[in-house]
Design a protein around this ligand. Structure first.
Ligand SMILES: [Zn+2]
Length: 327
């Protein structure tokens, strides 16, 4: 999947697991290695810009995550070449909650841009202190400003603008129809953006982004499922047969003590859409226990703590903590 919703785990901070997709690695390679090699910038500038991109993406995604945590969702972050994803495990309870989760990302980005802007205005000496600081502050200002505005203003799915557009359409249309309108608006927007980016600004990144969005949106349109499916009080969020198949495979891997495979399947289940909370509980248990058996105790703890606190899980948490103390 082009917009892979999982990646290689990097660290867990403030209870939020952060991982990086392959595409994020490729972008970093462009900025740190390829552009300096082509003479577009120095290696030092490349490293500073890579740092500014990463800090800005993390600030944006942690904005989403902070509000998601407030609504008892279990957010995790995946860094991608085209921004990042804040995965909430299951859907927010209402459109109003969802709106606050979505808006929080660009809001943090704009706040960071404003903060850096203040440094430019009131402490220009700090910015001009060295080539390093001027590159760093310049990059932080532009990345946060541009990325927040792109996210707010472009109705492109799965960016924040597309999510906001979907929430807006849901006020007038049923879930499925609103999703269809959102995807069509997204496709209609991203084609000129891609062409303009490539021809006018020779930006391969923008062109690639447009192609990714186009393929992702076309596929979603073909599947015809609503983009956001709320769990209503009466009808429980039904598990897809795909989820059930994956869960059966994960259980089998657990019973065969193939921890690597069990953890992989668990992460995969979380990446392919929301599932009923009971099933999600089971997935956290599988990922937590399998990760513990692999010996990644610190990572295992972050998963086990999201699982229902049955005695088996409590024992596993204790085992991880003991193993970490011994280290
Ligand atoms: Zn966002």
């Amino acid at each position: 999947m082009l917009f892979e919703r999982r990646g290689y785990p990097l660290f867990t901070f403030w209870g939020v697991e952060v991982s990086a997709s392959m595409w994020y690695g490729i972008l970093m390679g462009f900025v740190i290695v390829l552009w300096p090699a082509l003479g577009a910038m120095t290696v030092i500038d490349g490293v500073i810009i890579a740092l500014a991109i990463t800090v800005s993406l993390l600030a944006h995604e942690y904005g989403h995550a902070a509000v998601a945590k407030k609504y008892n969702l279990s957010p995790s972050i995946v860094l991608h070449a085209f921004g990042g994803f804040c995965i909430t495990g299951r859907e927010a309870r209402s459109d109003a909650d969802d709106f606050r989760v979505v808006i929080a990302g660009p809001a943090v980005g704009l706040a960071l841009a404003a903060l850096v802007g203040l440094v430019f205005i009131f402490a220009p000496g700090v910015v001009a202190a060295s080539p390093v600081t001027s590159t760093l502050f310049g990059a932080l200002l532009w990345i946060n400003l541009v990325w927040s505005l792109v996210n707010l203003l472009l109705p492109v799915w799965p960016l924040d603008g597309g999510r906001l557009f979907n929430l807006f359409m849901r006020r007038f249309q049923p879930e499925r129809k609103a999703g269809e309108w959102t995807l069509k608006a997204s496709i209609f927007t991203v084609i000129p953006v891609g062409i303009l980016g490539f021809i006018q600004f020779q930006s391969l990144l923008v062109a690639l982004f447009a192609v990714f969005v186009l393929m992702d949106n076309m596929q979603a349109l073909k599947m015809g499922r609503p983009l956001v499916q709320r769990k209503s009080g009466r009808s429980k969020n039904k598990a897809s047969s795909f989820h059930e198949e994956l869960l059966a495979e994960a259980e089998k891997a657990m019973s065969e003590e193939d921890w690597q495979e069990a953890a992989r399947l668990g992460h995969h289940m979380r990446s392919v859409g929301s599932m009923p909370s009971k099933m999600l509980d089971r997935v956290w248990m599988i990922i937590g226990l399998a990760t513990m058996e692999k010996g990644d105790y610190e990572e295992a703890l972050s998963f086990l703590k999201r699982a229902p606190q049955k005695s088996k899980i409590k024992r596993a948490i204790q085992r991880c903590e003991e193993a970490l103390e011994e280290e």
